[in-house]
Ligand binder design. Structure first.
Ligand SMILES: *[C@@H]1O[C@H](CO)[C@@H](O)[C@H](O)[C@H]1NC(C)=O
Ligand SMILES: *[C@@H]1O[C@H](CO)[C@@H](O)[C@H](O)[C@H]1NC(C)=O
Ligand SMILES: *[C@@H]1O[C@H](CO)[C@@H](O)[C@H](O)[C@H]1NC(C)=O
Length: 533
């Protein structure tokens, strides 16, 4: 960055400081809310939304299309599945390596689809609708290929062991591309369930713009759910190489309920709701109150959707209503624990205010919590309700304000004044733990970079990555807001597709808040910072 450009940025920053401090002061004087805003920045959520969708193009495997915008990437994995006689070209690399892991890939697509279902109109008004749909379709096209038979799902290509031994661009891969499948003898209900959820959610997304494709996705989703339910088993026992990378700790019962509730949303077929209600207790849906929502543990998402069914009115009666209320009580525990309003246990926070679940890739829990809080707050508002927590009721506006505080932390409102969304703002991680981004672009140097050559020549360099992994949300800071921007520090500098996926809809939602705030500023309303209706 040029020196005078820097000065301009600084001057602009000062202006924002002054303006937002004034606003904050006025808000403080006129409000007694315990959720008063801590942010002294103003963020461009629309830009964050655009960047976040670019990230999925960096993670693409397979034959890249002509309209590929991330130009440092090229075709890769073009023989995936060949050894086994199946076409598994396409899909996404999950993080900084070149393995295609089925479970996190499916969760990524479920999250992206959910964001579009809730906030598709806002994504469209920000001009990003087609990019969002492309990001989803890159995943669902692959799932269609991977689901070769009603009871066969190819759930992984490559393996962490041989992949991690090398540091290679995906375009150069010489590592094993062996594919692993699930079938009746080798069941894997987590991946079958999550892929069913992803395809059911995506079928809702494509219903209007591509009804034929939507119908196809729904058919696959129904078959996959039936497969996962009929042949129950833990996927990492069938695919041993997934262990140690994406081991299923919570088992598959959450994914089966999660798939069923998405299928209910997609079809309104009462049989799926019946499944969610009848298995609620045995499968832990109404007994677990877990303070994380992740590729492994879907309970909080399931419970939130079940609660939102209740908010739709009196449609569900009698015993169904009772069970949905039990789901709701667990959803409330999750949300209240995130908000710090639960009596017994709350989610920890860093001194800077970031939700903190655990050291390794903590941002995944922050982004999924932001999505659940944002969506829940909008459904509460539409129903004219409030969230009941041990410490008192919380309004939809306060829930949204808290979600915003988490997103603002991600974008730079934090003690190190660093954005954790790569490419956003003046200061962001430069040494993301990512094979492709850390090495010279294949487009610039097509010379082969061998397995250990990548480690020797690129991995240990102090220089920033030659390619910016735009839109990636990295693992993030430690429990005291500290962050070491080093390529080897994968606990903090690696990014994953499901981190960013949860934020897409949230960025679109916050962009709307901001547009409304700007309008209110013109009217002279200073309360705009905390209230958005
Ligand atoms: C919130 O508190 C309740 C008890 O009031 C507890 O059962 C629940 O596990 C807590 N929720 C979380 C997510 O920790
Ligand atoms: C939460 O704690 C407060 C204060 O200790 C107490 O008055 C209240 O009854 C508790 N609520 C629940 C649901 O346990
Ligand atoms: C967090 O990271 C900072 C910067 O690397 C370090 O100084 C601090 O000790 C770390 N805190 C913990 C609890 O590890």
């Amino acid at each position: 960055m040029e020196a005078n450009q820097k000065k301009e940025v600084r001057a602009l920053k000062h202006f924002w400081y002054l303006r937002t401090w004034l606003k904050a002061l006025l808000v403080f004087l006129s409000s007694t809310s315990f959720f008063s805003p801590a942010s002294c920045y103003s963020f461009d959520y629309k830009q964050a939304l655009s960047l976040s969708l670019l990230y999925f193009e960096s993670q693409r495997s397979g034959h890249l299309p002509h309209n590929q915008r991330v130009t440092w990437r090229h075709h890769s994995g073009l023989t995936d599945g060949l050894e086994q006689g199946v076409d598994l070209v396409g899909g996404y690399y999950d993080a900084g390596d070149n393995v295609k892991f089925g479970l996190p890939m499916a969760f990524t697509i479920t999250l992206l689809s959910w964001g579009v279902i809730e906030y598709g109109d806002l994504i469209a008004s920000a001009g990003e609708y087609s990019h969002a749909l492309e990001a989803i379709k890159w995943g669902t096209d692959y799932f269609i290929k991977a689901h070769t038979h009603p009871h066969v799902l190819w759930a992984q290509v490559g393996d962490g062991g041989t992949d991690h031994y090398c540091w290679q661009r995906p375009e150069d891969m010489t590592t094993s591309r062996r594919a692993y499948k699930l079938d009746a003898d080798n069941p894997g209900s987590e991946v079958a369930g999550e892929t069913a959820a992803a395809m059911a959610a995506a079928s809702i997304v494509f219903r209007r713009t591509n009804p034929h494709y939507s119908h196809l996705l729904l058919q696959h989703a129904q078959q996959l759910f039936e497969f996962g339910d009929k042949y129950r088993g833990k996927y990492d026992e069938s695919i041993g190489v997934a262990k140690g990378y994406y081991s299923s700790v919570s088992g598959y019962r959450d994914e089966l309920l999660w798939a069923a509730i998405w299928l209910y949303k997609a079809t309104e077929n009462e049989e799926y709701l019946k499944y969610v209600l009848q298995n609620a207790y045995d499968f832990g849906g109404t007994t677990w109150a877990v303070a994380e929502f992740s590729w492994d543990i879907k309970y909080a998402g399931l419970q939130s959707i079940a609660s939102m069914l209740l908010m739709e009115g009196e449609k569900h009666k009698g015993q169904s209503r009772v069970i949905l209320q039990q789901y709701r009580s667990k959803a409330e525990h999750y949300l209240c624990a995130c908000l710090g309003q639960n009596n017994s246990t709350n989610v920890h926070r860093t001194p800077g205010g970031l939700l903190y679940v655990r050291q390794w890739n903590n941002m995944q829990y922050v982004s999924t919590a932001s999505l659940l809080l944002t969506v829940y707050s909008d459904h509460l508002r539409a129903a004219g309700q409030r969230l009941h927590c041990d410490k008192g009721d919380v309004s939809p506006q306060e829930i949204l304000a808290f979600a915003k505080s988490q997103v603002d932390y991600i974008l730079g409102s934090n003690p190190t004044e660093r954005s954790y969304l790569v490419g956003y703002g003046p200061h962001f991680p430069m040494r993301v733990h990512h094979r492709g981004a850390s090495m010279e672009s294949y487009k610039e140097n097509m010379g082969f970079i061998g397995c250990t050559q990548g480690y020797d020549n690129w991995y240990g360099r102090h220089d920033p990555n030659p390619n910016v992994l735009t839109g990636a949300l990295v693992g993030g800071p430690n429990s005291t807001d500290g962050f070491r921007d080093e390529r080897g520090n994968y606990v903090q500098t690696e990014a994953c597709t499901y981190n960013t996926a949860a934020l897409v809809g949230v960025f679109a939602r916050l962009n709307r808040v901001q547009e409304e705030d700007a309008f209110k500023d013109e009217e002279g309303g200073y309360l705009a910072l905390i209230s958005d209706n």
